[in-house]
Design a protein around this ligand. Structure first.
Ligand SMILES: [Zn+2]
Length: 239
């Protein structure tokens, strides 16, 4: 066996351990994303209800201000009526008051409706917020479990990273660079055993002379087709 090969295989084993931990971590993050997605619709509804309730309050306040203004004007008319001297003046102010009173009554009715609607919208917003809180509470146990598992996986990930680093330190620079380059384009193994007379990754035939060099441990050869570093193990490598 080529002296560097053993080190590369150790490094690859550490990388595969790390990959496995990363996949576990990703699965947990996917679970969190799926819980978030389950809440998202309710949150959007609650937000829309909150905005509608705020608009309801604004509308009530606007109508209230209008009614207040009309009441002030009406009070002034009343004062003018008290000071009226001629019958003609009295009659004119009287009919003006009467007209204004019906306008005011209409606006007061409108204010009453706006107040009712604002209450209704506020109740709906409260209900939507309560539904979100309920859904969040229902997810709590699952989230806590995911969180605990995430912490546990994170600890293993750090250990796997440390193991990877120390395995990488024992591989010579140029070979490590070659290995890392291969790993950046291939998801899994980049140091692959021969299968009979072919590359174990892509099954392209490897010429006899190179195979015998690989078996003799003289050469760290790559597959000409897919680029993986080939080696001969005890089973797949015999002819
Ligand atoms: Zn190949």
């Amino acid at each position: 066996m080529h002296p560097d090969l053993e080190k590369l295989l150790v490094l690859q084993a550490k990388d595969l351990d790390l990959l496995e931990v990363d996949l576990e971590l990703r699965a947990l993050l996917d679970q969190v994303a799926s819980l978030d997605a389950d809440l998202e619709r309710g949150r959007q509804e609650a937000e829309a209800a909150r905005r509608a309730a705020a608009a309801g309050v604004k509308r009530r306040e606007d109508v209230e201000a209008k009614v207040e203004g009309l009441r002030v004007l009406q009070e002034r008319r009343r004062q003018r009526l008290e000071l009226a001297k001629t019958a003609r003046e009295l009659q004119a102010l009287g009919s003006e008051l009467e007209l204004a009173r019906s306008v005011l009554a209409k606006e007061e009715a409108e204010w009453f409706r706006a107040a009712e609607q604002a209450n209704d919208l506020a109740a709906r917003a409260d209900a939507a917020a309560a539904r979100v809180a309920e859904a969040e509470a229902a997810q709590q146990p699952a989230r806590e479990e995911i969180d605990a598992r995430q912490k546990e996986v994170q600890v293993r990930r750090e250990a796997a990273q440390a193991a990877r680093r120390s395995a990488a330190e024992s591989v010579a620079g140029p070979l490590l660079a070659r290995y890392d380059r291969l790993r950046s384009v291939r998801a899994k193994e980049v140091v692959v055993a021969l299968r009979g007379d072919a590359c174990g990754a892509c099954f392209t035939a490897v010429p006899m002379s190179r195979r015998s060099h690989i078996r003799a441990g003289l050469l760290l050869d790559g597959c000409e087709a897919c680029g993986v570093i080939l080696y001969a193990d005890s089973e797949g490598g015999s002819e």
